[in-house]
Design a protein. Structure first.
Ligand SMILES: [Zn+2]
Length: 248
């Protein structure tokens, strides 16, 4: 390689390293980019836009209420969990990376922080790209609890096992926590039977199908969270069990 090309390659490699290191640092410690924050107990919310402190504490109390309903294996009172609301596009690009467009993201175990896209903390709502609020029941508390749920699940499962979990278990369990364990198994099974698009994660972008299966395993089949996390049951088999057991 000619000397000039070699020098250019060295500079390029250095640039990639610095940029990569910077991006990683901002996932590990994003606080400097988020000027506004509120905390309650072990939870904290940060945003790049001002918000009402009392409303933020109400939000965190609701997130805590949902997480407190988690099965005992997933309860963790010791660690602090931070949620970052990225309203500006450049912050979203920095934190969401290849997940740009998602409602939330969590890079456990690389970083423990949860990132949410643009949101109205005062109204307790995540916002779509056109600025309209995501309707009930997917409140901001739901999204925050779902994303923190991934950290709780990752801790329990172990980083490698967490990464290898079938999507229905990983996302279903996080969604189960996001909803505070409130799952109408009969109604969702009926929706699954009639082919409701909400029950198709690929079409709807929702995890209702996975949440239903997880709720069924935990509540009706009596599985523990650990059994669920150690199972690599294919989704088709879980669905066969559900449809055989639930009338709905
Ligand atoms: Zn998720």
């Amino acid at each position: 390689m000619p000397r000039r090309a070699r020098r250019a390659a060295t500079w390029l490699a250095a640039l990639v390293l610095v940029a990569g290191g910077g991006a990683l640092a901002l996932l590990l410690y994003p606080q400097p980019l988020y000027a506004y924050s509120a905390s309650a107990g072990r939870l904290a919310v940060h945003s790049d836009r001002p918000f009402d402190q009392d409303k933020a504490r109400l939000l965190l109390a609701e997130v805590e209420r949902r997480l407190a309903t988690a099965p005992t294996e997933l309860r963790d009172g010791a660690s602090t969990y931070h949620v970052f609301v990225a309203n500006s596009e450049w912050r979203r690009r920095l934190s969401f990376l290849w997940n740009y467009g998602a409602g939330g993201v969590n890079y456990y175990p690389i970083a423990w922080n949860a990132f949410l896209r643009q949101a109205d903390i005062d109204a307790g709502a995540l916002l779509r790209s056109d600025g309209t609020p995501v309707p009930q029941p997917r409140t901001l508390a739901y999204y925050a609890a779902h994303e923190i749920g991934h950290s709780l699940i990752g801790r329990r499962a172990g980083a490698f096992a967490n990464w290898r979990l079938p999507a229905w278990i990983r996302e279903g369990l996080a969604d189960y926590l996001g909803f505070g364990g409130e799952v109408d198994i009969e109604a969702l099974t009926a929706a699954l039977r009639r082919g409701d698009p909400d029950l198709d994660p690929a079409k709807s972008g929702l995890y209702a199908r996975y949440r239903l299966l997880v709720a069924f395993m935990l509540e009706r089949e009596g599985w523990s969270v650990d059994r669920l996390l150690q199972s690599d049951m294919p989704i088709a088999e879980a669905e066969r069990m559900l449809l055989a057991a639930v009338r709905g």
